[in-house]
Design a protein around this ligand. Sequence first.
Ligand code: PHE
Length: 339
Amino acid sequence: MKEKLQEIQNKGVKEISSATDLKVLDEIRVKYLGKAGELTQILRGMKDVPPEERRVVGILANSVREKMEIALSEKLAELENAKLLADMEKEKIDITEPSTGIKRGALHPLTRFNNKFIDLCVEMGFTVIQTPEIETDYYNFEALNVPKNHPARDMQDSLYITDSILMRTHTSPAQVHAMETLKPPFKIVCPGRVYRNDDDSSHSPIFNQFEALVIDENVSLKDFMIMVKEMAVRLYGKDVKMRVRPAFFPFTEPSIEIDATCQMCQGKGCSLCKGTGFSEFFGGGIVNPRILEMSGVDSKKYSGFAFGPGIDRSVMVTNKIPNIKYLFRNDMRFLKQMR
Ligand code: PHE
């Protein structure tokens, strides 16, 4: 009996250690320790062992079972671990493989310029306001000293909804709204869309302007020029050059037109700037005291300056866009190039 047990142990442990997969290992377990297993049979047959040997044989049989159980569980852990490693190897991802790329959206070039200009104005202490795109004749013209017979009021230039209601032709009505509602001193900027009956490669019926208005005591043309210079430097860099030309707007007196280094050729001279090295930055001037009075601002105490850059031209120049219409078509082929 003792020899039989020893033989089972040797054979069993050897088979366990040479098992190469989980299925085989389980078959070995059944073969020795299952209900009809070799060792189970022996343990069941203990009653036939002579009483004087039973104790010793019993101890030996239990130790054999224990050894085999340990060998089985060690092998099980080993095989399971090997299987896990093999599975991991199969599912391995090659992180060095070139990716197919992530598709990303981007801000529209007009939005980018708008954000840049708004940030700049906010840094300089301006409050951003928004006023209606559909205006009355009063806010768009009358309150800005544009006389009844002014050509801008013509149906040919403005998009009327009724006889006295139209799409604003500029953001300047924001000046009137601000003066009527805010208590001086104040600095406002109003970005927004404006509408004119104009249509060719450099004009679109919809375009974008900014309106800036500063009202305070003792505001002069010099203050205006200092601020404009600072804005040009922040937008175009410290080497920017500026030049000033006299202009006319019914709501500013004096009125000026300011040019800055052409951003297409960096001042060298190109077809866009007609060889001058300058392109239009914006128009503005000292607020006509008549305008202040009409909107309820005391023109003896307060003065101010206003200016209104158009942004579409700047965006076209800085992004080398040949036709203003591209800015409004939302053609993906164009937008992708603008990222
Ligand atoms: N509103 C004017 C235009 O559309 C620009 C402007 C704004 C001029 C403010 C003076 C002051 O051309």
